[in-house]
Design a protein around this ligand. Structure first.
Ligand SMILES: C[S@@+](CC[C@H](N)C(=O)[O-])C[C@H]1O[C@@H](n2cnc3c(N)ncnc32)[C@H](O)[C@@H]1O
Length: 319
């Protein structure tokens, strides 16, 4: 499955789309969403409460699966030589954080989740997996937050610091401007003030945005934009429209257009490329890569073939 998740052209997405849209059994997935008459919408904090319960139920760690294919999808996480900083949003048990830490010994990973239980578990898993390397633990920092409601803590990117720093730099521009046009360099960065880390080089949003209610996605993406350094990249992977898991939902599990709620209260949205394009452009990002990954895999238990669809994207904050 590791290699399968990386290769993206087992079938054409357009063919799957035509098949699904012509099948009457799937018609309800395509209809505009009619909110029920009863006042059913959950309070915002209920969404993260559902994820907290989920992590308590799955605390054994069996749910953990290291995303070994990640560095093939996002080689820039490895190729950066200098100490770069990553913010992994909705880190769960550390499935994404671990391969990044292993793949680049200079990288620092800040990882957040709305569940403190899963953060503890992530720390344990990363400790156990990297016990031979004391340096890894010092490069992994967790914090608890619901980024879709309260945003990220100020210490990730303090704008007051950044502005003071820019003003200082502008007074001695000719000395410090780097070849890439950035005024930032490691010898004199906003983080030197001690109140913040001055922003991150990468944000990873791996199967996390789909868990956020659709109406809170625009502000959630703007939050990610605000903590990136100019020129920094957001690396995205999530469920794509007509993924097999979407087609398994029943009509009464719909909570919005292309948005579903599992029986445990956690949500899942299924993205088409245009929705992603609009959401990220709306936050100010430049699109670098955006495509469907279409992978056929076989269920080991019943030998049934499954067509998985994921969206892969890379977006950049302008310089
Ligand atoms: C499907 S898991 C993905 C975990 C991880 N990114 C990975 O690659 O496996 C989604 C994670 O997002 C977290 N999450 C969901 N909504 C969140 C929110 N609003 N703020 C922070 N974390 C959230 C959940 O607790 C869960 O751990």
């Amino acid at each position: 499955m590791e290699a399968a998740e990386y290769f993206s052209k087992d079938f054409e997405w357009e063919e799957l789309k035509a098949e699904v849209e012509n099948d009457s059994a799937f018609r309800f997935h395509l209809l505009p969403f009619q909110p029920p008459n009863r006042p059913s919408q959950t309070a915002p904090e209920d969404d993260s409460a559902a994820w907290k319960r989920f992590h308590i139920r799955h605390s054994s760690g069996k749910f953990f699966k290291e995303r070994r294919y990640l560095l093939k999808e996002f080689p820039e996480l490895v190729s950066r030589g200098e100490c770069s900083k990553v913010l992994e949003v909705g880190c769960g048990n550390g499935s994404t954080a671990l391969p990044i830490l292993r793949g680049n010994e200079h990288i620092i990973v800040y990882a957040c989740d709305c569940s403190s239980e899963t953060l503890e578990r992530a720390e344990e898993i990363i400790d156990a997996a990297t016990s031979a390397s004391a340096s890894v633990r010092h490069r992994f920092h967790t914090f608890c937050c619901d980024f879709s409601i309260v945003g990220f803590p100020k210490w990730l990117a303090c704008h007051t610091c950044r502005e003071a720093f820019l003003q200082k730099q502008q007074s001695c521009v000719s000395d410090v401007k780097e070849s890439n046009g950035s005024y930032f360099n490691d010898s004199c960065s906003p983080e030197e003030s001690g109140c913040c880390i001055g922003g991150v080089d990468f944000v990873t949003l791996i199967f996390t945005l789909s868990a956020v209610p659709f109406q809170r996605m625009p502000t959630s993406i703007k939050e990610c934009f605000s903590v990136l350094k100019p020129g920094g990249m957001l690396l995205f992977r999530d469920y794509g429209l007509y993924d097999m898991t979407m087609l398994r939902f029943e009509s009464d599990q719909r909570v919005g257009f292309r948005e579903y709620m599992r029986s445990d209260g956690t949500r899942s949205y299924f993205f088409c490329l245009d929705t992603i394009r609009d959401l990220f452009a709306g936050a100010g990002f430049i699109e670098l890569e955006l495509e469907y990954c279409c992978v056929k895999s076989v269920n080991r238990r019943n030998q049934k073939s499954m067509r998985r669809v994921w969206v892969h994207g890379k977006f950049q904050k302008p310089m």
